[in-house]
Design a protein around this ligand. Structure first.
Ligand code: GH3
Ligand code: MG
Ligand code: MG
Length: 307
């Protein structure tokens, strides 16, 4: 699909003179004033490039480009000006973050070159946006499971912990560890192990509420924060989660596997000093669950409900 170009000018003859020579190479839309151009942009966008005359009846070209910047910052913006308007054009360029300006009169060949340059600029900007998005994802998300990585879980957790304390709201934390996971790797290989890790993450997503926060804390260890949840509800949620893993076999490339997890649970209490302390408490409970035989839930000691 060709990138779309929008050209805005109140001079109909000028628009007509461009349509034919440019239409063969580009997907050109034309409008004759700023309001119509904005409507066209919203209806048929996104546009790669917008080229607009500066002085038109109604909305000026500069104002149009400013609005377009807000709608679609990646669109490349070009201003057409007469020689006498250079001072105003300079202001427009500074305010409207304009890629280039062109003085009129100008030939279709000049506009064609300009569009080629603008499309290159658009491709670079689109690529930069994509890379930035990728980086953001890498920083926050665990590659294997698509859930929060440890660092991001911890960041969100600290914020939620602070909020729960300030507003005296209940909050529960879960630490979960797959039982005898090393045996899965040793018996079936690492890629089956990876599948098991992914499926545990999936089942956590199903068993918990959408608002709850799930993280991959380490290799085969997961964490979760149950917002607005006191110890009683958290206990039944965590039990349901444990059963949702143990009761239904996992489908893997090595066939069906039975998997169990151990879970430690802790809820925010009046004396809790930090999010780390809450997680430690859940972790100690997890350790007990392992010692007491695995495939079970243990609740941390510090569970005084918030006043
Ligand atoms: P326990 O019941 O006490 O938790 O025993 P376990 O075998 O589950 O625990 P252990 O800590 O001995 O082994 C965890 C294993 O998880 C060791 C490590 O190689 C493996 N592991 C860690 N990260 C990954 C991963 O991303 N993929 C796979 N396949 N294995 C991993
Ligand atoms: Mg384990
Ligand atoms: Mg472990």
């Amino acid at each position: 699909m060709a990138d779309k170009i929008l050209i805005v000018d109140d001079d109909e003859n000028f628009l007509k003179s461009l349509s034919l020579p440019l239409g063969a190479d580009f997907d050109i839309h034309t409008e004759r004033d700023g309001e119509d151009a904005l409507a066209c942009f919203k209806k048929y966008g996104p546009f790669a490039v917008v080229i607009t005359d500066m002085q038109m009846a109604g909305m000026s070209g500069v104002d149009l480009l400013k609005q377009i910047t807000e709608l679609a910052p990646e669109t490349v913006r070009v201003l057409l000006t007469g020689y006498s308007d250079i001072d105003t054009a300079m202001r427009g360029i500074n305010e409207g973050r304009i890629f280039r300006y062109l003085t009129k009169p100008c030939t279709p060949a000049t506009i064609k070159d300009l569009i080629s340059d603008a499309l290159d600029e658009f491709a670079i900007a689109a690529n930069r946006l994509r890379l930035e998005e990728e980086l953001r994802t890498l920083a926050f998300v665990d590659d294997l499971t698509g859930i929060n990585n440890r660092r991001h879980f911890f960041e969100i957790g600290q914020e939620e912990f602070g909020r729960a304390q300030r507003f005296r709201r209940p909050l529960a934390a879960i630490m979960l560890d797959i039982d005898h996971f090393k045996a899965v790797n040793d018996t079936h290989g690492h890629s089956v192990g990876d599948q098991v890790i992914q499926e545990v993450a999936n089942r956590m997503g199903v068993a918990l509420r959408r608002a709850d926060i799930i993280g991959r804390y380490g290799g085969e260890e997961f964490s979760a924060l149950l917002l607005e949840t006191g110890i009683a509800t958290a206990t039944s949620v965590a039990t349901r989660l444990r059963e949702s893993i143990s009761d239904k076999p996992f489908q893997t490339i090595a066939g069906e596997l039975r998997v169990t997890v151990s879970i430690g649970l802790a809820a925010i209490g009046t004396n809790d000093t930090s999010f780390s302390a809450l997680l430690n408490c859940a972790d100690e409970a997890l350790y007990r669950a392992k010692k007491l035989g695995r495939n079970r839930l243990e609740v941390g000691k510090e569970t005084t409900p918030a006043k």
